[in-house]
Design a protein around this ligand. Structure first.
Ligand SMILES: Cc1cc2nc3c(=O)[nH]c(=O)nc-3n(C[C@H](O)[C@H](O)[C@H](O)COP(=O)(O)OP(=O)(O)OC[C@H]3O[C@@H](n4cnc5c(N)ncnc54)[C@H](O)[C@@H]3O)c2cc1C
Length: 448
């Protein structure tokens, strides 16, 4: 007889883990199905290793930019060992036993929905009242002729790096491409970063891409924006990539960082009448797909971040437990952990205009307006941009390129999400001297 559960969770990345935790706490009988490692992409091949690997070279650069400090050396072997402990040496046995101890049934294998309320894993059928799809996303391989025949790294090889290639070409200038390019460059690779559109991180304010391109060039990276990788061919152990202007770039590895696709194939969606869109699964604002069928995380295509997967996990769990919680994606922060960090929340000015908003905006250079950048580093860096809705007198967007911007973007995220009137924001007080003080400077320049 098939096992019967209250909820079966398909995929145990950050989204699946949050749903599971909430449901276990509420006393539900759950089964979690994971085909690789509990913790998902984020824990082993994405957020955690990438942030760990970026931190040591960043600390070295911080020391170099401070005053009267010597520059520490980077011990890559030690760093890679620390990374390995952070990714649990790609071993999730502790996670498996942790869930089992809490009363969940853990099934390691590839799950597939076979009809409403049924999931099959390796010939075993699970019956359940609810199914949560949390299968995440996989890297998109760009259509470059010949790429199949050369040594290609995705985020998995880049984040488990053990030997630093002399030369690397990174295809894609979005968050993953930017972080990987800076990491490899600071490890000692000669990096060429190729971005198809006219600027890096092209979904953010144009000034963001312009700034980060300049910083990367100053660090010695070869940044090619508005260029497409067209062909690749093997060259000894390495590769030659031909760009659309005819130039050839030689590299020891080709790293693809050109986006991700939701994992919707092979999970049995047809058996429950769900048609995936290219972007992801068509959930409603309660993360619901159909009666007893839910989806959270990258597979929904809403916003490819761990905090969004976790938020959706909270929303889906609450609804499964009988509450009505509707997701609200306003003001959710986006961070690229480059040095300096890129952080943003809400709409860009262009997006706000597309929404018909009468915008007012202000951009400030932090070293030109504040003391903190000068007390923090030599040759200080930093910009903050705000976008306001003139009619409603509230912020609708913010971005920053500056040290630790990922930490202090949250004030803007909160103001956007809670629609705090600009008049009230102007009355707030930030500690002197901090980067947070920049908000007041920029708010005062908004012509609303
Ligand atoms: C290099 C890189 C760095 C990143 N850095 C950050 C960051 O700093 N901050 C941030 O917020 N986001 C970051 N992200 C994005 C973040 O990793 C994802 O948004 C997050 O992992 C999504 O979580 P998820 O639960 O939806 O899916 P995933 O983490 O992809 O997990 C899905 C799980 O489902 C399993 N699965 C799939 N199909 C099946 C099946 N049929 N049966 C059983 N199991 C299945 C998979 O094995 C996987 O374990 C980064 C991404 C990359 C690539």
């Amino acid at each position: 007889m098939a096992d019967r559960f209250d909820v079966v969770i398909l995929g145990m990345g950050p989204g699946g883990e949050v749903v599971s935790g909430k449901l276990i706490k509420a006393g539900k009988k759950i089964a979690v199905v994971e085909k690789e490692l509990i913790g998902g992409e984020c824990a082993y091949w994405a957020c955690i290793p990438s942030k760990t690997l970026l931190r040591s070279p960043e600390a070295r650069e911080e020391a170099r930019r401070a005053f009267g400090t010597s520059t520490p050396t980077l011990d890559l072997e030690e760093l890679f060992e620390y990374r390995d402990t952070m990714i649990r040496n790609l071993d999730d046995s502790g996670q498996v036993s942790g869930y089992e101890k809490k009363g969940a049934t853990v099934i390691k294998g590839e799950g597939r929905i076979t009809g409403p309320g049924t999931v099959e894993v390796d010939g075993e059928t699970l019956q359940t009242e609810h199914i949560v799809i949390a299968t995440g996303s996989a890297p998109t391989i760009p259509p470059v002729e010949g790429l199949d025949d050369v040594h290609v790294w995705t985020n998995r090889e880049a984040t488990t790096i053990k030997e630093v290639p002399e030369r690397a070409i990174i295809i894609g200038g979005g968050p993953v491409g930017i972080e990987t390019a800076q990491m490899m460059s600071r490890f000692g690779s000669r990096v060429t970063l190729v971005q198809h559109s006219e600027r890096l991180i092209n979904r953010e304010d144009p000034k963001v891409g312009e700034l980060i391109e300049r910083f990367f060039e100053e660090e010695g990276m070869d940044v090619r924006v508005g260029r497409k990788a067209e062909k690749a061919r093997g060259n000894g152990d390495g590769a030659v990539v031909t760009l659309d202007d005819g130039t050839e770039v030689e590299a020891d590895v080709v790293v693809v960082g050109s986006g991700r696709s939701p994992r919707t194939k092979g999970i049995g969606l047809e058996s429950v009448g769900v048609e995936p869109r290219k972007k992801g699964l068509p959930i409603d604002d309660r993360c619901r797909l159909a009666e007893g069928l839910w989806a959270v995380g990258d597979v929904t295509g809403v916003m490819p971040f761990t905090h969004v997967a976790q938020y959706q996990g909270r929303v889906a769990a609450a609804n499964i437990l009988g509450q009505t919680w509707r997701a609200d994606y306003r003001g959710i922060p986006r961070v690229v952990f480059s040095d300096p960090e890129i952080a943003a929340a809400g709409l860009t000015e262009e997006q706000a205009k597309e929404h018909g908003i009468d915008t007012a905006s202000a951009t400030i250079s932090l070293p030109e307006t504040m003391a903190r950048p000068w007390t923090y580093e030599q040759d200080p860096r930093g910009h903050l941009g705000l976008v306001a809705d003139r009619g409603r007198g509230v912020l609708v967007g913010a971005w920053a390129v500056a040290p630790m911007a990922g930490e202090w973007i949250h004030q803007a995220a909160m103001a956007i999400r809670e629609e705090i009137p600009i008049e009230r924001l102007l009355g707030t007080v930030a500690q002197f001297p901090t980067y947070s003080g920049a908000y007041l400077e920029a708010l005062e320049r908004l012509e609303i």
